[in-house]
Design a protein around this ligand. Structure first.
Ligand code: ATP
Ligand code: MG
Length: 466
């Protein structure tokens, strides 16, 4: 009820109330002189695509994040285009284009490094829709989504009101189908239609609500946020590959820490990283070491992004899974630390890929970052100098600093490494000397009288080469 009323009560920026807006009567149209989107803000490639579609007699709109971010005065990450031309027709218009997607057929038009995504209007459909272009599983989930429709229909099957505004290249008007403009002004993430139903169709929309709330610093409307707690489990059967795509967008877009907090508020984080959630819940340290470490790691990568530095998913994934790996190591008996770590790493990753896939190009450096954590304490002789040349030194060292900042008792190891890097040659020698003698590798001894072989193995492992 409140939802509908709010939808219809439009408070303009100037305070006047406009006429009630009914979704079934079509969009509210905002003319060129009443909105701030100018063609100058739209990439040349997107404009080319829009104009070529229009000149070929098709409808052509800029839609989604492009319109939303321009209205907010931001820079869109990419420009998505919607049209009534079918994918094959779009493909024919652009030699530099390819047809992609099965679940959702699209055309990608490529201009150098920029890709413009062109989607044909889709119609909303229900489970009784007999058209075999759309498939819905028993739980109400959309598995195929290729029923073409009109622009009105296309708007109503988009996720949030702020994502359903269309900039028409024909006349430069904006068509607002679901009161997105009002929600932009109120800074609200609001699902179009019945949130329960829309989450059941595509549970990833729960993650998208949180992603946009964190990215834009918007609130999630109550009726949009309330069902999430109950429906979070619907994320479990989502294919691990799609979940991986989503976590990249969630954590590597510059608002990772805020996103993490929201995921916790809505009880979704545990569906992405079950082992991490378990480690957080099992953590009885007074300063919440496990969670503090994750927050620090996210803050660190947010800062890097804001300074234009590179970030790799491997580093964050290594951070998320560090404590689960430690917990696993603690359970392994009779194995030296290095092989125990490798075993634990293997087990934890194997478990994680049930939730989100982790391509090998990331799991390999993750293991190397963890490995570095065993190597960095071993600095005797030439080892420190040699470690500096290791290709994973930098990541391993950054990781160590975050562990230390989060409160892990590491005996100022991070500080030592900081000084070592800045030190000159003679100073480095002094620093290494000051560490004292290298512990001698212990020979395998006969079991002591107490028969404590496990302890022996652990002792010899500490000094074995990594
Ligand atoms: P950004 O690109 O900045 O992450 P965006 O809003 O452009 O944000 P995309 O994932 O690029 O997000 O999707 C483009 C548009 O497609 C969205 O704005 C939305 O209208 C629609 N859309 C995307 N994913 C879904 C979904 N799961 N359910 C419904 N609509 C969706
Ligand atoms: Mg986009």
């Amino acid at each position: 009820m409140g939802f509908i009323n709010k939808l219809f009560k439009k408070v303009r920026g100037n305070g006047s109330t406009s006429a009630a807006h009914d979704l079934s009567t079509g969009p509210r149209t905002i003319s060129r002189d009443q909105h701030a989107i100018s063609r100058r803000d739209i990439s040349d490639s997107a404009l080319k695509v829009l104009y070529r579609l229009k000149d070929a007699g098709y409808q052509a709109y800029l839609v989604g994040g492009g319109v939303r971010d321009l209205l907010l005065g931001g820079e869109p990450k990419d420009f998505d285009i919607a049209t009534d031309a079918h994918p094959e027709q779009v493909h024919k218009l652009f030699r530099n284009s390819i047809l992609i997607g099965r679940r959702f057929r699209l055309v990608h038009v490529r201009f150098g490094r920029e890709i413009i995504e062109v989607a044909t209007f889709r119609a909303n459909h229900t489970s009784d829709n007999s058209d075999n272009q759309a498939r819905q599983s028993d739980s109400g989930m959309l598995t195929r989504d290729n029923v073409y429709g009109t622009v009105d229909e296309d708007a109503l099957r988009r996720d949030f009101t702020i994502n359903a505004m269309y900039y028409n290249i024909n006349g430069f008007t904006i068509h607002d189908f679901a009161n997105g403009l009002e929600d932009i002004q109120n800074r609200t993430i609001r699902m179009i239609g019945d949130p329960y139903e829309r989450y059941r169709e595509d549970p990833v929309r729960m993650l998208r609500a949180i992603r946009f709330a964190a990215k834009l610093d918007f609130d999630i409307a109550d009726e949009t946020g309330d069902p999430i707690d109950e429906l979070g489990h619907l994320l479990e059967p989502i294919p691990a590959a799609r979940m991986f795509e989503e976590i990249l967008k969630l954590f590597l877009a510059g608002q990772g820490e805020a996103t993490y907090e929201l995921l916790q508020d809505y009880n979704l984080f545990g569906y992405l990283f079950p082992q991490t959630q378990a480690a957080i819940e099992a953590d009885d340290s007074t300063d919440q070491l496990v969670e503090t470490f994750i927050q620090r790691a996210l803050r660190n990568s947010d800062e890097r992004i804001s300074h234009g530095k590179s970030v790799t998913p491997a580093f964050l994934l290594a951070a998320f899974l560090w404590h689960p790996v430690q917990a696993r190591v603690a359970k392994i008996r009779n194995m030296p630390p290095v092989p125990a770590l490798h075993q634990a790493a293997q087990d934890v990753i194997q478990e994680q890929v049930k939730s989100t896939s982790i391509p090998r190009r990331f799991s390999t450096p993750m293991k190397e970052i963890w490995d570095m954590q065993l190597r960095l304490p071993r600095r005797h002789g030439n080892r420190a100098q040699q470690l500096l040349d290791n290709k994973r030194f930098r990541a391993g060292y950054d990781f160590l600093l975050i562990r230390e900042a989060a409160g892990e008792p590491l005996d100022d190891l991070g500080e030592w490494w900081t000084s070592f890097q800045y030190a000159g040659e003679s100073q480095r020698m002094e620093m290494t000397k000051a560490l004292g003698k290298a512990p001698r590798p212990k020979r395998k001894r006969k079991p002591s009288k107490s028969g404590d072989t496990a302890n022996d193995a652990a002792e010899s492992a500490v000094s074995s080469d990594a």
